[in-house]
Every structure is written in C-alpha cells, then in structure tokens.
Design a protein around this ligand. Structure first.
Ligand code: FPP
Length: 262
C-alpha cells in the first residue's frame, strides 16, 4: 500500500489526509496490536447500557481493520475477549459473542475483498460450538489470502499462552538444551509472525492487561484517551506517526528514531 492508495479512501481536505501525508510508508510498524478499551465508559457517558458501547465498538473494529490493510500493516491483532472477561455478567458475555458472530457474518466479504487473512489466537475451546464453527469457517475461507493478517484474540491470556507454549515445547520432545528464545516463540499462538512493534491502548489506562506478554518485549506503547467506539483511522495514523518518531534502542545507545535493527 502507499500514500496514494490511502488518499483515494479519505476526503482530500480531511484530518486523515493531512495525517497520512506525515506517515513514512517505508517504515511502517510490521505488527500493530490493540487493546480495545473504554466501551463501557463510552456507553455510561451516554446513559446507555454497556452492550451499546460494545455494539458501537464494532464500527471501530471495521474501520481499524480496513484502514490497517490500506495503510499496509502486515499484522493487526485485536484483543477482543480475555480469559478474565468470563467474570463479566453472563448477559454481557452473551452479547459480546453475538456481536462477534454478527461482525463475522457482515464482514467476511470485506475481508475477502481486501485479501485479509483472519486468524484466532487464544483458547477457543471454551467458546460455544456455534461461535467456534463460525470462526473456523472465517479462518478457512480467508486462509489463502496473502495480504494483512488479522488476528483476533479470544479467550486470550498472555500467561496462559506462555504456559501453553511450554507444554507444546515439552510434548514436541525437543531437548531442553535446544530450546532458545526463537524456538520457544515457534510454540506461541503467533508462531511465524513478527512481534508487535506498536501496541495501542484506548481509553487511557497504562496497563498491558496480560496481552501478548512475550511478544511485546520491545513494542512501543501508544495510549490514547479516546474510547474504543470513537477510535478511527485518524487515531491509528497518529499512533503510527508517534511510533516513527520514537528512538528505538533495544538496549543499545541512542540513535536516530526507529533506525536500530534488532
Ligand atoms: C473493553 O471495553 C472491550 C472489550 C472487553 C471487548 C471489545 C469488543 C468489541 C469491540 C466488540 C466485539 C468484537 C469484535 C472483534 C467484533 P470495556 O467493556 O472493558 O470498557 P470499560 O473499561 O470502559 O468498562
């Protein structure tokens, strides 16, 4: 993707167009991970039930997925449901699952049109059979796509993923001495994918909330006060511009922004 591709999808005089011109398309983050937060607060601020915040958040998911693909992001991971989210009232959990199915039904065509590969990370076995079947169908239908990879983290926990990876490594029969960081990463849910270099969190909290704990070791974190249902392409562009101004040192001495390779 390029600036010209992106500009064909935004109004010429819009804030998005002005932001897009500031992006260096040769130095995009390879993997953007997003903690979508603030749906409940968005709803409360409007005297609406919490589920209306989640419903409005679907439009942000749609916009972020399409914008990321247009910008040329390689991998996008959205944190949709954590292992801890089962503690929410059953009606809210049911509503979230219903919205997920609704999203898959309405967006599969767009994913296919945009050459997006859809994958689930987490432990989907705890999800209902109906939800699992729909997720598997979407994964299968998009498996041959070669554009952006869109991971959705469902029943996901970073510590659970690391324990799962350790179990897989042990079961593989790999001798302990052969286990190094690269080999261990090949047992994670994100095997074969680049680590997130940019992690976005909406709604202001300064926490990583058990998200991609292994993979975010060197990620740049960008937090916005914007509630998830208000998050749009312009916020994503702001995050990328901020990322490109960071001095990424990986423990080395200072250099020019984002130029040290690992
Ligand atoms: C956090 O807001 C958001 C979630 C736990 C779920 C995110 C889900 C969606 C955007 C809808 C369905 C997802 C997809 C991918 C179609 P919160 O409820 O924790 O907000 P609060 O902290 O303000 O209460």
């Amino acid at each position: 993707m390029s600036l010209s591709d992106l500009l064909t999808h935004v109004a010429p005089d819009s804030p998005e167009a002005a932001l897009a011109r500031q992006v260096d398309f040769a130095r995009l983050p390879k993997h953007v991970a997003v903690i979508m937060d603030g749906n409940g607060r968005w709803a409360a601020e409007r005297h609406l039930p919490r589920v209306e915040g989640h419903r409005a958040g679907i439009e942000s998911v749609r916009d972020t997925v399409e914008s990321s693909a247009r910008i040329g992001i390689g991998v996008l991971t959205l944190y949709a449901f954590s292992v801890e989210n089962w503690k929410r009232p059953e009606t809210e959990v049911m509503a979230l699952m219903g919205l997920l199915r609704q999203y898959l039904r309405s967006e599969l065509k767009t994913l296919l049109k945009n050459n997006i590969r859809f994958t689930v990370i987490g432990q989907p076995d705890r999800l209902s059979r109906e939800v699992r079947e729909e997720l598997q169908a979407a994964e299968a239908r998009t498996a041959g796509n070669t554009g952006m990879q869109f991971n959705i983290a469902l029943n996901y926990g970073g510590r659970a993923e690391i324990v799962d990876a350790a179990k897989r490594a042990i079961r593989s029969g790999l001798p302990a001495d052969a286990l190094d960081q690269e080999t261990f990463a090949s047992f994670l849910y994100t095997a074969g994918q680049p680590d997130p270099d940019l992690m976005i969190r909406t709604s202001g909290e300064m926490r990583v909330s058990n998200f991609l704990l292994w993979q975010i070791a060197y990620a740049e974190i960008w937090v916005t006060e914007t509630r998830w249902p208000d998050f749009r392409c312009r916020h994503l562009l702001e995050a990328i511009i901020s990322f490109q101004k960071r001095d990424r040192r990986y423990g080395a001495v200072s250099s020019h922004p984002a130029t040290v390779s690992r």
